[in-house]
Design a protein around this ligand. Structure first.
Ligand code: NAD
Length: 481
C-alpha cells in the first residue's frame, strides 16, 4: 500500500515549519511486512542543531508567558486533538501492531494528559508558603530546552507524558520518537504544535546513535526525559554529566508476579495475570516477566494459565477479533525467537498456546503465539533478561523468604505483584520487594495522572509523584526574608 499520511511522512518539525528529510526510511506494518505505512526522516546533525536553536530561541518568550495562558493554549490544543483520535487509530495500529482497542485507549489518554495537566498547572504554579517563623516561599521556574526521547513500544503515552508537563512548566522541547514507530507521534504533536508559538515543540527523527546522541551532547539541553532501555539510559547518563543536566529516566523492567500459597486464582485473577503478561504481546516495560508459584499451587496454576493463554487470539490488530498483535520490529522479533530457541536448548519445556486469527497471513507479519516455559531456573536467560515478548517463565518456590530473594535477584526494580487473600501479608511483601510499585492481586498500568512510580535500582530515576509530572520539569527556588 502506498503512503497514506503525506502530511507528516518523512518530515520533521523545526520552529513551526515542517521540513522534508534529505534522507528517509520506510516505516512498515509489523502485521503485513510488505505494507509501507509511511516514511521517517533520518535527520542530520545540522537538523538537530537547528531544532535546538529553535527551542532555545523560543524559550524566553514561552517561559515568560503566564501559567494561565500556557494552560489555556494546551487546553485549546487538546480540544483540537480529541476529534481526530478515532481517525488516527488505524495509523497507530498499522505502525505499532497493537489491537485497535488498546491503540484507542492510548490515544485518548494523550488528550487527558493535556486537559488534566492544563487544569492542574495554574493552582500548582502559585508560590507556596512554607510554615515557620520566617517568611519563606517556594517558587518555580522553567529550566530551558528539554529533550524528550521515547521508545517504540508505547510511543504515544510515553511521549505525551513528558512533552505536555514540560511545556506546561514553560520549557521548550526537542522530541525524538523511536524510528520504528514515529508517525502517530508526528501526526498528533502536529495538532498540538499548531496551537502553540513556533519553536515550543520541535521534533527530529532518526537513529539513537546519531540524532539521540547529538541532542544529549548539546550543552543547551538542560533536561532529558528519556524512556527506553537501561543500556541506553546509562549511556545518556554518562553523556550528561559534563553539563550536569537534569535527568528523568524510565528504563527497563523484569517484573515478578508472586503467587502465594493462599492466592485466590479465580477467573478475574487469571485474566489479570494473563493481561499482565500478554498486554501488547508482552512489549510493556511493566509486564509480568517472571512468575513464581508456591509449589502447593503449581499444578492448579499451570492448568489455569494454560487455559488463559489458549484463549488468546493473535493476529492483525486492525481485525476486531485480534486480542494480541505482532512483535513491533525485526530486531525485537529476532531477539524473542532466538531467546525461545535458547530456552529450549537449555532443556526447558516451552508450550506454545493461543489461536492464529488468520493462518494464511501468519507468515506475512512478526506474529508469535504466546508460550509458557517450565523447567527454567533463576539463572536462565529467560528469567534474567527482559524478554519483551509473549513468553513467560514459571518457577516454583517452597518458602516465602526464598521467593522474596528470588524476586529481588535482578538489577531491575520496576513493578511487582503479590497474589494472596491476605492484604497484610501483601503489604509486608511490598516493604521487602525491590520495586517502584507493588500491586496486590493485580499487575497493571497506573491511570491516574497525579501519581506514578518509576523504577528502583536500574529501572529508573526521579519520581513523578504530583501534579501530572509538571514538578519534574521545573526548578524550585526560595524567596525568604
Ligand atoms: P532504546 O533504549 O533502544 O531506545 C529508546 C529511544 O532512545 C529511541 O528513541 C532510540 O532511538 C533512542 N536512543 C537509542 N540510543 C540512543 C543514544 N545512544 N542516545 C540517545 N538516544 C538513543 O529502547 P527501545 O528498544 O525503543 O524500547 C524498549 C525499552 O524501553 C525496554 O527496555 C523497555 O523496558 C523500556 N521502557 C521503559 C518504560 C518505563 O516506563 N520504565 C516504558 C516503556 C519502555
Amino acid at each position: 500500500m502506498s503512503n497514506a499520511y503525506p502530511s507528516i511522512s518523512g518530515q520533521f518539525l523545526i520552529n513551526g515549519e515542517w521540513v522534508r528529510g534529505a534522507k528517509v526510511t520506510d516505516v512498515t506494518n509489523p502485521a503485513i511486512l510488505t505494507e509501507v505505512v509511511g516514511q521517517v526522516a533520518l535527520c542530520s546533525k545540522d537538523d538537530v542543531k537547528q531544532a535546538i536553536d529553535a527551542a532555545e530561541q523560543a524559550f524566553p518568550a514561552w517561559a515568560s508567558t503566564s501559567a494561565e495562558k500556557r494552560a489555556e493554549l494546551v487546553k485549546e490544543a487538546s480540544k483540537h486533538l480529541a476529534p481526530i483520535i478515532e481517525q488516527t487509530v488505524p495509523l497507530f495500529v498499522r505502525e505499532n501492531g497493537k489491537p485497535q482497542v488498546e491503540a484507542k485507549k492510548d490515544l485518548l489518554r494523550c488528550v487527558e494528559i493535556m486537559s488534566q495537566g492544563a487544569d492542574a498547572l495554574v493552582k500548582w504554579w502559585q508560590p507556596e508558603s512554607i510554615p515557620g517563623g520566617q517568611m519563606v516561599q517556594l517558587r518555580r521556574r522553567p529550566r530551558g530546552v528539554t529533550a524528550v526521547i521515547s521508545p517504540w513500544n508505547s510511543p504515544m503515552i510515553l511521549t505525551f507524558k513528558r512533552v505536555i508537563p514540560a511545556i506546561l512548566a514553560g520549557n521548550t522541547v526537542v522530541v525524538k520518537p523511536a524510528t520504528d514507530c514515529p508517525l502517530t507521534v508526528l501526526a498528533t504533536l502536529k495538532v498540538v504544535a499548531e496551537h502553540l508559538p513556533p519553536g515550543v515543540i520541535n521534533i527530529v527523527t532518526g537513529s539513537g546513535a546519531l540524532v539521540g546522541e547529538q541532542i544529549c551532547g548539546d550543552p543547551r539541553v538542560r533536561t532529558i526525559a528519556f524512556t527506553g532501555s537501561t543500556e541506553t539510559g546509562k549511556r545518556i547518563m554518562s553523556m550528561s554529566s559534563g553539563t550536569v543536566k537534569k535527568l528523568y529516566m524510565e528504563l527497563g523492567g523484569n517484573d515478578p508476579a508472586l503467587i502465594l500459597p493462599d492466592a485466590v486464582l479465580d477467573e478475574v485473577a487469571m485474566q489479570r495475570i494473563r493481561m499482565g503478561i500478554l498486554r501488547a504481546a508482552g512489549q510493556v516495560c511493566s509486564a509480568i516477566k517472571r512468575v513464581y508459584v508456591h509449589e502447593s499451587r503449581y499444578e492448579e496454576f499451570m492448568g489455569k494459565l494454560t487455559r488463559e493463554f489458549g484463549r488468546m487470539i493473535v493476529g492483525n490488530g486492525m481485525q476486531p477479533d485480534a486480542m494480541m498483535g505482532p512483535i513491533n520490529n525485526k530486531a525485537q522479533y529476532d531477539y524473542v525467537t532466538g531467546l525461545i530457541e535458547r530456552t529450549k536448548q537449555e532443556g526447558a519445556g516451552v508450550e506454545t498456546l493461543g489461536i492464529k486469527l488468520d493462518e494464511e497471513s501468519w507468515n506475512q507479519g512478526y506474529f508469535l503465539l504466546p508460550s509458557i516455559a517450565t523447567g527454567v531456573n533463576q539463572s536462565s536467560e529467560l528469567v534474567r533478561a527482559e524478554q519483551f515478548g509473549p513468553i513467560i517463565p514459571v518457577l516454583t518456590y517452597s518458602d516465602l523468604d526464598e521467593v522474596i530473594a528470588m524476586a529481588n535477584d535482578t538489577e531491575f526494580g520496576l513493578r511487582a505483584s503479590v497474589w494472596t487473600a491476605d492484604q497484610q501479608l501483601a503489604e509486608s511483601f511490598a516493604d521487602r520487594l525491590d520495586a517502584g510499585a507493588v500491586f496486590f492481586n493485580n499487575h497493571t498500568i497506573f491511570q491516574d495522572l497525579h501519581y506514578d512510580f518509576p523504577g528502583l535500582k536500574e529501572s529508573g530515576l526521579s519520581r513523578e509523584t504530583q501534579m501530572c509530572g509538571i514538578d519534574l520539569f521545573a526548578d524550585t527556588y526560595g524567596f525568604a526574608n
